[in-house]
Ligand binder design. Structure first.
Ligand code: C2E
Ligand code: CA
Ligand code: CA
Length: 587
């Protein structure tokens, strides 16, 4: 239909026809009921996959399934410039849409009313736009905002994808989980913002470990997963201070260990912060895809298990997942399960080890030590379950049980033995109990219920606990305000040094067994113990030597002016009955 002003045989008319034919936008001229009057080839090409039986008579019939609302839109009052709808996106169908979702087309439809009598439909292929947008959303959902690294979800998707391809590619997939040691301490000393800066620097260094691959993909928005596949490796931040590094390489023995060594090397240099240089060691766990780890979740679980084992071994090291580790983990979780009911079932009990005044031989105190009578395993020592109780949070319940038992037993002994009874009850306090908000109130309540004087209770904390951040110290001071005694346990094994002792809110120092046991054989240890005792005296701290096993050790410590001693030489940890008998048998 030539516009009346342009003669059909003119050059201008021919150009217009050419233009309409070649334009990459679909144009349709239709009646208001959808009957197509004319359309350009692009419109036919875009609409054809939607048309039933290849019939392109009526626009609304063609769009019936894809845009059911089109007919209704056309019947609407047109907006300014005759706009009925603009850029309405819909699934453009196509023969391969169902089987190849990546080839799915997205079309965009605009409808205009012309004089209220005719319709112009404008169609264009919005597939690229749509993909780019989806990619952008995808990238945001898969990216950690602090470091710009892929997040846990992206790592999971990557691993799943690579494992699926694994059989075909014959490459080796290695996963490292990297956790910063004592990162809370970093946050506490330099502040959260600087802590974030450290994490960002860690991210950069880890990224340098994975070889740089081909540059950014053709699309402007990077899709983490595709880039990772191309580079055959990915670095992700999967939790606050936890990163993961996955790499796919030709199989080679020792690949995981080599990678771990490269990570350690990359993270070994101190981090430069404004005015600070700070080091942060890491615990690394590695796992490889193999017959036993067929899913992404499993691979991640294995690598984390190895990382936790590295942490437990003291941090600053790498460990590889193996079957023994898995077995130990099973055993741990079995113990954890059993421990859950142990308190209720009455399987826990407390034994008491006397603490003796070295100059007089008098029973000064007893230390309450927990035991577990396991129905199958027999009596389990605390070293086998205290750590598990701490990690699972059961320590709160366990600690409350021991404290309650010990305080009530202490009062029973006061009534029973009078002046011969111990004057002090020592109870161990674990790291996991300190943050508990009701700890101070709970201790006060137990004292009240048992009728025990606060000064008769001694709580023992380890060096590594007491030397921790300000919040821990505050909690210790709150406890002290109740009027009880605080002892620093296992002194010599932890972080704090003699020079920082005066900063800790403690009354008593317990010298660790490892020093006492070498007192007679190692000059070095003897000098250390002597120095410790002298510093303690100058700070007005009482002292206890742990693990005294011989008469000679006891005598030596007495001449060094150590106040009290505890150990098998005097008595092993005793049940209540054993203690009563032991006390009666004393001269
Ligand atoms: P600890 O507080 O240092 O307790 C002293 C440990 O040394 C006890 O081991 C005790 O039996 C042992 N010991 C005492 N004298 C000697 C000796 O002469 N030679 C040797 N070789 N060992 C000696 P136990 O009872 O196995 O407790 C181990 C650790 O478990 C304790 O170390 C303490 O840290 C923790 N623990 C024990 N009971 C509890 C509890 O009720 N709560 C908490 N949170 N921790 C506890
Ligand atoms: Ca202790
Ligand atoms: Ca100790």
């Amino acid at each position: 239909m030539p516009p009346p002003s342009v003669p059909e045989d003119s050059d201008a008319f021919q150009s217009l026809i050419q233009f309409l034919y070649q334009t990459p936008v679909g144009l349709v001229d239709a009646e208001t009921d959808g009957r197509i009057h004319m359309m350009n080839p692009m419109a036919a090409q875009l609409l054809m996959p939607l048309a039933r039986d290849a019939v392109l008579d009526n626009l609304f019939d063609v769009l019936q399934d894809a845009v059911p609302s089109a007919r209704r839109l056309a019947a609407r009052q047109a907006g300014p410039r005759g706009v009925l709808c603009e850029g309405l996106r819909f699934d453009g169908g196509g023969p391969t849409a169902a089987t190849f979702p990546e080839r799915q087309r997205t079309l965009a439809l605009s409808l205009f009313s012309v004089d209220g009598k005719r319709l112009t439909a404008v169609l264009h292929d919005a597939t690229r736009d749509e993909r780019r947008q989806r990619r952008r959303v995808d990238a945001a959902a898969n990216t950690d905002s602090l470091t710009g690294l892929p997040n846990r979800q992206a790592l999971h998707a990557y691993l799943a994808q690579r494992l699926e391809q694994g059989n075909a590619s014959a490459r080796q997939l290695v996963l490292l989980v990297i956790n910063c040691d004592r990162f809370q301490h970093v946050n506490d000393t330099v502040g959260q913002t600087a802590g974030d800066a450290v994490l960002a620097q860690i991210a950069t260094r880890l990224r340098s470990v994975v070889d740089a691959g081909p540059g950014a993909s053709v699309e402007t928005v990077p899709a983490p997963l595709e880039t990772a596949v191309a580079q055959r490796g990915l670095v992700a931040r999967i939790a606050g201070d936890e990163f993961a590094l996955a790499i796919e390489r030709e199989p080679q023995p020792g690949l995981a260990a080599e990678l771990a060594a490269r990570v350690v090397q990359a993270l070994d240099r101190p981090y430069a912060l404004q005015g600070h240089r700070l080091r942060c060691t890491v615990s690394i766990g590695s796992a490889q895809a193999g017959p036993g780890s067929s899913s992404a979740g499993e691979l991640l679980y294995h690598a984390r298990l190895a990382m936790v084992a590295a942490q437990r071994a003291g941090g600053n090291r790498a460990m590889a997942f193996d079957d023994a580790l898995q077995q130990r983990a099973h055993q741990r979780s079995a113990i954890e399960n059993d421990l859950r009911d142990a308190v209720q079932r009455g399987e826990l009990f407390v034994v008491y080890q006397p603490v003796i005044a070295l100059h007089s031989g008098r029973v000064e105190a007893v230390e309450a030590l927990v035991r577990w009578r396991h129905p199958v395993r027999g009596v389990v020592p605390p070293d086998a379950f205290i750590g598990i109780a701490e990690e699972s949070g059961l320590i709160v319940e366990l600690g409350a049980f021991v404290l309650g038992e010990a305080c009530h037993q202490f009062m029973r002994w006061q009534r029973q033995h009078g002046a011969l009874a111990p004057r002090l009850m020592a109870v161990n306090l674990s790291r996991g109990q300190l943050p508990h908000p009701s700890l101070v109130d709970d201790v006060a309540a137990v004292l009240e219920a048992s009728g025990m004087q606060p000064a008769q209770l001694q709580l023992e904390v380890t060096e590594s606990m007491a030397a921790q951040d300000a919040s821990v110290q505050m909690r210790l001071r709150e406890l002290k305000r109740l009027g009880l005694t605080l002892a620093l346990d296992d002194f010599g094994t932890g972080y704090s040094s003699l020079s920082s002792l005066h900063q800790l809110p403690i009354d008593l120092l317990k010298i660790d067994r490892s020093f006492v046991s070498q007192l007679e054989t190692s000059r070095h240890h003897r000098v250390l113990v002597e120095a410790t005792l002298r510093v303690a005296q100058s700070l007005n701290l009482r002292t206890v030597a742990e693990g005294i096993e011989t008469e000679a050790q006891a005598r030596l410590l007495a001449t060094m002016q150590c106040d009290k001693g505890q150990g098998y030489h005097f008595a092993r940890p005793l049940t209540v009955e054993q203690f009563d008998a032991w006390l009666r048998a004393r001269p």
